[in-house]
Design a protein around this ligand. Structure first.
Ligand code: KG4
Ligand code: ZN
Length: 339
């Protein structure tokens, strides 16, 4: 019998619903929330309200696009956390109500685990090679930066993580200093393509184990800009491309150095990358470079699966459904939810 999973994602500012049937993606609808742009960051109260408005039309569209009927859905998988509590509550309540009405199982999903499992989404028109176990995954998003050993679909262990800011946060905070819109990561990436990555040198952390730190880099960037602006008020405009190229290069160097150390320590050279920052062209190039020069086998997700989406929630739900890992109706979302 076929297994059809409806996935629901509402952890931050994207409302998304997806249908996965027997591991194959049939639809993945995402409604972005433009309302936050004017504030330079996500406003939690506005995010939960927008989820309330979007959730029913988004789910409706996902079911229609997939060409399935509500009665064909075997279970609903929803993001339990980590994320903004008010946002998570919308997806959680919707998933509970839907499963109660249809008398089908409810599956709770860790958003971080789901980011990693994008590598197992099968698409009808695009047969991609999936990583064999065990593999290492560099999970880089706006809120998290971790190196994870993935032993099987549902068994993962963090072997290194940031002790302060996440890599996406470093991109966004540095972008803000030079006046780029929020979230700044994609703008830094675009500008960096035309800049000299060696034009400026910023501080890198000196941590011996596999942990990351990005707060020192952010401060070094801020002070350097402040000092240069004193000498030349037009410094940012005159050096925008080089500043973006240099900060991006430094963030990627920090990420890749630890990843190389993790490969040495574990002896695993199958490397996947996931999360919003995995859309970064410099990071994707650095991984491809290691494929050619260090013999790594690398797995880089399609752009559409790098940022938050419900397809990743549905695929994780599919593997949990196979193991009959169901949740009760008394389940509550968690703002903090470690992997
Ligand atoms: O995974 P995600 O969509 O949301 C979280 O769960 O955090 O990641 C969002 C982060 C933001 O910090 C954004 O600036 C960053 O991913 N990002 C990028 C790029 N695209 C998105 N950072 C650098 N280069 C990009 N091309
Ligand atoms: Zn995410």
């Amino acid at each position: 019998m076929s297994i059809t999973i409806l996935g629901i994602e509402s952890s931050c500012d994207d409302t998304s619903a997806a249908i996965i049937k027997d591991g194959k993606l049939l639809s993945n609808v995402i409604a972005n929330q433009d309302v936050h742009k004017a504030y330079g960051g996500v406003v939690p109260e506005l995010a939960s309200r927008a989820h309330q408005q979007n959730i029913i039309p988004v789910v409706d569209q996902a079911i229609k696009q997939a060409g399935v009927l509500k009665k064909d859905i075997s279970a609903v998988a929803f993001t339990r956390g980590p994320g903004l509590l008010g946002s998570l509550l919308v997806g959680t309540s919707f998933a509970k109500a839907f499963t109660l009405a249809m008398n089908i199982p409810l599956v709770q999903i860790n958003h971080l685990q789901a980011h990693i499992l994008v590598h197992f989404i099968k698409e009808l028109d695009n047969e991609k090679k999936m990583p064999e176990f065990p593999f290492l995954c560099l999970l880089v998003s706006g809120g998290h930066t971790q190196i994870v050993i993935v032993r099987n679909h549902l068994e993962m262990e963090i072997i290194g993580q940031t002790i302060d800011d996440a890599a996406g946060e470093a991109f966004d905070k540095c972008a803000k200093v030079i006046g780029l819109p929020y979230p700044g990561g994609p703008f830094v990436d675009e500008n960096a393509k035309q800049g000299n990555k060696h034009a400026f040198i910023f501080n890198k952390p000196r941590i011996k184990n596999l942990d990351y730190s990005f707060s020192g880099l952010k401060t070094s960037f801020l002070y350097s800009i402040r000092d240069n602006l004193k000498k030349n008020p037009d410094f940012i405009n005159e050096n925008m491309m080089d500043l973006c190229a240099s900060i991006q290069y430094t963030i990627i160097e920090i990420l890749m150095n630890k990843l190389e150390l993790a490969v040495k320590q574990t002896g695993i050279n199958r490397i996947a990358v996931a999360g919003g920052v995995s859309a970064n062209s410099g990071l994707r190039d650095a991984l491809t470079d290691r494929t050619h020069n260090l013999g790594w086998e690398t797995f880089i997700p399609d752009f559409k699966f790098t940022t938050d989406n419900a397809a990743m929630i549905a695929i994780t739900g599919y593997y949990k459904y196979l193991k009959k890992e169901f949740a009760g109706q008394d389940i509550a979302p968690l703002a903090r939810f470690p992997l």
